[in-house]
Each structure stands twice: as C-alpha cells, then as structure tokens.
Ligand binder design. Structure first.
Ligand SMILES: Nc1ncnc2c1ncn2[C@@H]1O[C@H](COP(=O)(O)OP(=O)(O)OP(=O)(O)O)[C@@H](O)[C@H]1O
Ligand SMILES: NC(=O)c1ccc[n+]([C@@H]2O[C@H](COP(=O)(O)O)[C@@H](O)[C@H]2O)c1
Length: 303
C-alpha cells in the first residue's frame, strides 16, 4: 500500500462528506429512536428479513475526541474475540456456528456520543470527529489480514451517532435500527473499566436508582459487555478491577467478559493526544493512526 498518496486521497474524499455529517448531527433529537448510521464500510446492501443470519455487533461508544490507537486496539480485540467457531458437519463441510445456528462474522459499530453523561462538550466539532472515525475505519479495513489469521475477512464497519448519554438508551435505539434487528443481533458493548463502573452506578437511573433497566435493555437476551481493564492510580490494579467484575450481581457478572488490553493501549487516551497537540510535543502522533494524525495536523485541531 502506498503510505504517502493514500492518506491524502482518503482525507480529500472524507472532507466531501462533512456537509452530510453536519446535517445528520443537526437532525438528532433525544425524543425518539434516533441512532443514525452516517457511513458504512463497505456500503450496506439491504437484506431481506428471511435471509438474516445471527450476527454480533461490537459497539465502541466514545466521544472520539480524537479516535486513538487504543480505540483501534479495543475494536480489533473485540472483533477477534467474537468470531463464531467453525464446526464440521457430518458431510465434512464447514459451517460457522453460533448457539442459535449459522452465524455471520462480527461487525463493528463506532458510535459517536454527542452528549456525555458527565462532561460538557469540547472541541473538536462533531463533524471533524466523524471524519476521523472514518479514517480509523479505513485503517482497520486496510490492515493486512495475513498478519492476523483471525481476520480472514474484512469486517463490516458502521459509523453512527447517538444523542443519548446513557448506554441503556443507546442500546434501545440500536435495537430499533433496521441494520440491527434484535431477533438476529447480539449487542456486545465494548467498555473500559472506568466506563463500566459508571454504567453500573445507580445514580444514573432515577427515580428508583436500580440497575433493572440495564438488565432489560443493554444486557437483555444474548447481549454482553466486553470490559478492558484500565489499571492506574485512579482506578486501581488489574487484580482489583477483575475482582470488581466477578463480585457483581450474578445477572450482570454472567454477561461480562473482561480482558487486559495489549501494550498498544497502555497509557493511550484522547486526553493525552489533545494535550500533546496543545503542548507541541510530537509524541502525540504515536497515540493515533496515520490518517487521524494527518487530519489533526491539516485541520489545525486541538491547538
Ligand atoms: N487505553 C485504554 N484502555 C482501556 N480502555 C480504554 C482505553 N482508551 C479508551 N478506553 C475505553 O474506550 C471507551 C471510549 O473511550 P473514551 O472516549 O472514554 O476515550 P478516552 O481516551 O478515555 O477519552 P478522554 O481522554 O477524552 O476521556 C471507554 O469505555 C474507555 O474506557
Ligand atoms: N450510566 C451510563 O450509561 C453512563 C455513565 C457514564 C458515561 N456514559 C457514557 O460513556 C461514554 C464514554 O464516556 P467518557 O468519554 O466520559 O469516558 C459516553 O457516551 C458517556 O455518556 C454512560
């Protein structure tokens, strides 16, 4: 792959999408199911309901301000983890088999949250974040699958937006979207440990302040949460984070998978990238993929 001309071409192509991103963002409201898919790689072909196989969608919800290599690592690990197992039938033919029968490989949904449960909005603008999410998606699609035997096929990647800060509302809207019918879709929510503890804090669920809505929406049916440990001064050790996930109420603990991210995600955060750009230290580039670094530089973001 040409590493110099290609990013330029991708940036130019994605820049032409900015007006459509802007109008999608302007049309968001919190009053009705409003999760929107603004771009799909490859473009989606509507399938007839009868031909729908079981499918897992791995959802990475974030403010993507900007998308980082940690986000990319989390997404790739999730896609790898939920690949259906291959079984050989009596006639010797191979079929991918999930619990409910034939199963498609997992897809990825990069979901931009335009409202945060705790934090006020900060630059960059949402259309720029969507543009950078597209660059991240293209980078994932262009990864050389020969380097990773679990990536036999290029994954379906959708880029979406949601106005809802809480996961229970995001999950409900996702179930209502025609691409993700609940009868054939398992939702796997990708969260860092710091986000898991906020998801499970009853303060977000007035007036009764119980986790009932979490189990009836986000964790209904075969849905799961994939948690990535995030050890550090603020959130404790890997061992204490693991202990927390196993000490949860059984209805929740049984649906939580916890893994430790690889070195690629260590110490990488959007905050560190934003601060690095502002302080003029070049190392911020190590925290993002090349297309995103190019976009931040070219558009003068985070200065
Ligand atoms: N390095 C990481 N290790 C584990 N989880 C991560 C890491 N980076 C992000 N995540 C998780 O990915 C999800 C989305 O990331 P989020 O937008 O909060 O990224 P962030 O880099 O922490 O952002 P910010 O620095 O702006 O707060 C969250 O659930 C977060 O916990
Ligand atoms: N109870 C909840 O559902 C809950 C709590 C805190 C954050 N969130 C969401 O988690 C996502 C990531 O948030 P941060 O960027 O603050 O880590 C955002 O979409 C935010 O709104 C959800």
């Amino acid at each position: 792959m040409d590493t110099t001309a290609e990013p330029e071409e991708a940036m130019h192509r994605i820049r032409t999408l900015i007006p459509s991103f802007r109008s999608a963002i302007a049309s968001l409201t919190t009053t009705s199911p409003n999760l929107q898919i603004v771009k799909s790689y490859p473009p989606r072909i509507p399938s007839s309901p009868s031909s729908q196989k079981q499918r897992t969608v791995c959802i990475l919800d974030s403010s993507f301000n900007p998308p980082t290599k940690a986000h990319m690592h989390l997404a790739l690990q999730a896609l790898k983890k939920y690949i259906p197992t291959t079984t050989t039938s009596g006639d010797g033919s191979e079929a991918t088999q999930g619990k409910e029968g034939e199963e498609e490989p997992p897809s990825l949904l990069l979901l931009l949250a335009t409202t945060n449960a705790d934090k006020p909005p900060t630059p960059a603008s949402y259309e720029h974040r969507l543009a950078m999410m597209c660059l991240l998606a293209e980078e994932i699609q262009n990864l050389d699958s020969s380097l990773d035997s679990s990536r036999a096929k290029v994954p379906q990647i959708d880029i979406g937006i949601t106005p809802h800060p809480r996961f229970i509302d995001k999950s409900t809207d996702l179930s209502a979207h025609p691409f993700f019918p609940p009868e054939s879709t398992r939702q796997v929510w990708i969260l860092g440990y710091d986000t898991l503890i906020r998801l499970l804090n009853p303060k977000y669920y007035p007036p009764h302040h119980t986790l009932r809505d979490v189990t009836t929406t986000l964790l209904s049916s075969t849905n799961r949460i994939l948690v990535f440990a995030r050890p550090g001064a603020e959130f404790g050790t890997e061992a204490s984070q693991h202990e927390y996930s196993t000490s949860l109420d059984k209805a929740i603990a049984d649906k939580v998978d916890m893994i430790v991210p690889g070195k690629e995600a260590e110490g990488v955060s959007s905050t560190n990238v934003r601060n690095g750009v502002k302080n003029g230290t070049g190392e911020w580039r190590d925290g993002v993929c090349s297309g995103v670094a190019g976009w931040i530089g070219r558009e003068g973001l985070y200065l």
